[in-house]
Design a protein around this ligand. Structure first.
Ligand code: COI
Length: 361
């Protein structure tokens, strides 16, 4: 595999300091983008080539481009955090690079070398460093690497040309309420992914498939949908775009990776952070009936969602057909908040990086 260098072609016309500061004061999630982006092409027979850092701009595609018809697309999400000394570090970029390779294999796309993925993210963050929000707050710079099939033609087959891009967006809390507990609608008929499908790949199709159930959740007054397994409609899998954890006193449990669940980097990190703090942490099966029963008998003390975008968000209310219940009295739980703080402390550089997770630029 070739590793292209990234040629820098900085913008002659970046946003003014005042405009940028205005955005950074209230970035929201995924609404604003920095001044630059990285693009790298792949062509059959030639491999990866033409790596460039260029001004952020629309891309032009022929209407018959493969991705527009057959959704051959994958993406990632990771964050850059301002450190106490003003420098910037990203969190576990190699985990995202490895998952990007797994997603590429599942969608018959070329694998980007891990070092190129990291180099591309680094180049963009270095160029747009002024867009990384100040140290200490909830905000960070969200990076969105993605790859699309760019061959032109309507034949259904793996494309022979691809484009990899990285864009960046200053991000506040994913849910407008911040750490305010969210409400969950358990969808007992619509499923997100099936065994043998592509639920463990980070591809746009999985998110498209989640939108209808997500819209149904909204009609039930809920913030997020929770999916069950596709065969027995019994076992909790994940939410529309984040993993779930169940807290049983001193033990946290997350659904095991069955092949139809996305292997979240935050999910994985929390297994380690929880053990560091003296909790038991395990992967296992939790049924929706058990979830309800254990909440009602008090043994299930807290539930939280986790993901790069969502960080750790407490679950306050759960609804399923015909019934609903409160989780930890509808308030953020103690374990949830402790884990959240411990992870953010590492990411913001205010706690020792015991696992060597931070990638300093
Ligand atoms: C992430 O947490 O990075 C995600 O990809 C979730 C969502 C914003 C799609």
């Amino acid at each position: 595999m070739t590793t292209p260098t990234i040629e820098l072609k900085p913008s002659a016309n970046p946003l003014s300091v005042a405009e940028r500061e205005g955005i950074l004061a209230n970035p929201g999630f995924g609404r604003h983008f920095t001044d630059h982006m990285v693009t790298i092409k792949w062509t059959e027979g030639r491999g990866w080539h033409d790596g460039q850092l260029v001004p952020y701009a629309p891309i032009s595609l022929d209407p018959a481009t493969t991705v527009l018809h057959y959704a051959q697309e994958i993406f990632e999400g990771l964050k850059a955090y301002r450190q106490p000394d003003g420098s910037v570090a990203t969190f576990r970029p190699e985990k995202n690079a490895e998952r990007f390779q797994r997603s590429a294999r599942r969608l018959a796309m070329p694998e980007l070398p891990v070092e190129t993925f990291i180099e591309a993210c680094d180049a963009l963050v270095k160029q747009d460093k002024a867009w990384v929000p100040a140290h200490g707050g909830e905000e960070s710079l969200y990076l969105r690497p993605f790859m699309i099939a760019t061959e032109v033609g309507l034949g259904v087959k793996p494309a022979n040309e691809y484009l990899f891009l990285v864009i960046a967006s200053p991000a506040g809390a994913y849910f407008p309420g911040g750490v305010k507990p969210v409400s969950i609608w358990v969808s007992e008929d619509r499923v997100r992914a099936v065994p043998g499908g592509m639920g463990d790949a980070k591809t746009g199709g999985n998110y498209a498939a989640s939108l209808l159930a997500q819209a149904e959740a909204a009609t039930k007054g809920c913030d997020q949908v929770c999916y069950l397994d596709a065969v027995e409609h019994t076992w909790v899998e994940e939410l529309g775009g984040m993993n779930l954890y169940f807290v049983y006193g001193n033990k946290i449990v997350t659904p095991s990776l069955t092949g139809s669940i996305l292997e979240g980097v935050t999910r994985d990190s929390l297994l380690a952070v929880a053990r560091d703090l003296g909790y038991e942490a395990e992967e296992g099966r939790v049924s929706v009936d058990q979830w309800q029963r254990d909440s009602e008998n008090g043994s299930l003390t807290e539930v939280f969602a986790c993901g790069t975008a969502a960080v750790i968000t407490p679950v306050g209310t759960v609804k399923r057909a015909g019934t609903e219940w409160k989780q930890s009295g509808g308030e953020p739980g103690e374990v949830t908040l402790r884990l959240r703080q411990a992870l953010l402390d590492v990411q913001r550089g205010t706690a020792p990086d015991a696992h060597g997770w931070m990638h300093r630029l």
